[in-house]
Design a protein around this ligand. Structure first.
Ligand code: CP
Ligand code: NVA
Length: 312
C-alpha cells in the first residue's frame, strides 16, 4: 500500500489514521519502538522544512532509522527511475519521496516493492491533508459537517484537501481565479462535486469584498497557500509570471481587514509568503492554527508511516 494521491484510501482508512495521529501526539511514549530497526528513506528533488523534518524525526521517534537522499547527490538522475527504486526498495522498508512531477512519483511507486509516501508533487500533497484533518479534528471536535474555504491558486494542497474532505464529510469551497496547470484533476473535482463536498466559486461572479467576506463567513475554516509553488518562486525564468500572479491574486490575500469579525480558523500549510497570500500578522491571530498544523505534520507523519508499515 502506498500514499500517492489519497484517492484510493477508504473513508475508514482516513478516519482511523487521523485518530491514530491524535493518539500518537497524546502518547508518544507508547510508540517509541513501533518501527524498531526499520528504515525510512527520504528522496527529495525539491526543498522542504516540515515534510523532511517530520519524516526524519518521525521515524527516529518510532525507533527506526532515517536516510535522507538529495536527488542530485544520488544516481537517480543518471539512471532509469524504476531500476533505482527497485534498488532503494531492497535497502529500506519505506520511502518518502518529494518529486517535481506527479507522473514520476506514480512511476516510482509502481517500481517500488516497499510502501511509498508522496511528500508533495505538483498535483497532490496527501500527508499535508492528513495532518490538516488532524488539526481540524482537534480544534472543531469533528470532521463531518465541517466547511472549509480555500482561497488562492487551486493547487496540490487544495486537491488533497478536496480528496480527503469528500471521504470524511468535510466540504471544500474553492475561491481561485486560476488553477495550477499541473493540478488539474477533473475526475477528482467531478466526483467530489457530485458527492456534494466540493464547489468552486467563479471569481468573476464576485462583485465586492463584502461578497467574498460573506462566503468566508459561511465556513468554519479559511485556508490559503502560496500563489506560486516552491520550485518556481525564486526561479528567474518565472519572474514575469510571478509578478503577474501577485497582481492577479492580491485581492484574495487573507488579511485582518478581509477577515474582520469572521469567526473561523485560519490555516496555511507553510511556508508562508508574508505580505502575499497572507498578511504576516494573521499568523499570530488568535484564530490561526497554522503553527499547530506544522507541529502536527510530525505526529501525523508517524501515523502514516505506521499505517503503511502495517504497525498501527
Ligand atoms: N507544508 C510543507 O509541506 O512544508 P515543506 O515544504 O517545508 O515540507
Ligand atoms: N503548494 C505548495 C505547497 C508547499 C507545502 C508548493 O507546492 O510549493
Amino acid at each position: 500500500m502506498h500514499l500517492i494521491t489519497l484517492k484510493d484510501w477508504s473513508e475508514a482508512e482516513i478516519r482511523e489514521t487521523v485518530e491514530n495521529c491524535i493518539k500518537i501526539k497524546n502518547h508518544p511514549e507508547k510508540y517509541r519502538h513501533a518501527a524498531s530497526a526499520l528504515s525510512l528513506s527520504l528522496l527529495f528533488q525539491k526543498t522542504s522544512t516540515r515534510t523532511r523534518c517530520a519524516g526524519e524525526i518521525g521515524i527516529l521517534q518510532l525507533g527506526g532509522h532515517a536516510l535522507y537522499l538529495d536527488w542530485r547527490t544520488t544516481n537517480f538522475g543518471l539512471a532509469d527511475l524504476g531500476d533505482e527504486m527497485h534498488v532503494l526498495s531492497d535497502y529500506v522498508d519505506i520511502i518518502l519521496a518529494r518529486f517535481l512531477k506527479h507522473s514520476d512519483i506514480q512511476k516510482a511507486a509502481d517500481a517500488a516493492s516497499v510502501p511509498v509516501i508522496n511528500g508533495c508533487c505538483d498535483r497532490y500533497h496527501p500527508t499535508q491533508a492528513i495532518g490538516d484533518l488532524m488539526t481540524i479534528k482537534e480544534h472543531l471536535g469533528k470532521l463531518e459537517g465541517v466547511k472549509l474555504c480555500f482561497i488562492g491558486i487551486h493547487n496540490n494542497v487544495c486537491n488533497s484537501l478536496i480528496s480527503a474532505g469528500m471521504n470524511v464529510g468535510l466540504a471544500v469551497t474553492v475561491i481561485a481565479p486560476e488553477v495550477n496547470p499541473a493540478a488539474v484533476d477533473e475526475e477528482l473535482w467531478t466526483q467530489a462535486e457530485q458527492k456534494g463536498y466540493y464547489k468552486s466559486i467563479p471569481t468573476d461572479t464576485l462583485d465586492s469584498n463584502a461578497e467574498l467576506q460573506e462566503i468566508i463567513a459561511e465556513n468554519d475554516v479559511v485556508y490559503t497557500d502560496t500563489w506560486l509553488d516552491m520550485e518556481f518562486f525564486a526561479d528567474p525564468d518565472f519572474a514575469e509570471e510571478r509578478e503577474r500572479r501577485m497582481k492577479l491574486m492580491m485581492p484574495y490575500q487573507l488579511n485582518p481587514s478581509l477577515l474582520k469579525g469572521i469567526d473561523c480558523k485560519i490555516m496555511h500549510c507553510l511556508p508562508a509568503h508574508r505580505g502575499y497570500e497572507i498578511a504576516g500578522e494573521l499568523l499570530d491571530d488568535p484564530r490561526a492554527v497554522i503553527f499547530e498544523q506544522s507541529e502536527n505534520r510530525l505526529h501525523s507523519m508517524k501515523a502514516i508511516i505506521l499505517k503503511l508499515l502495517e504497525r498501527s
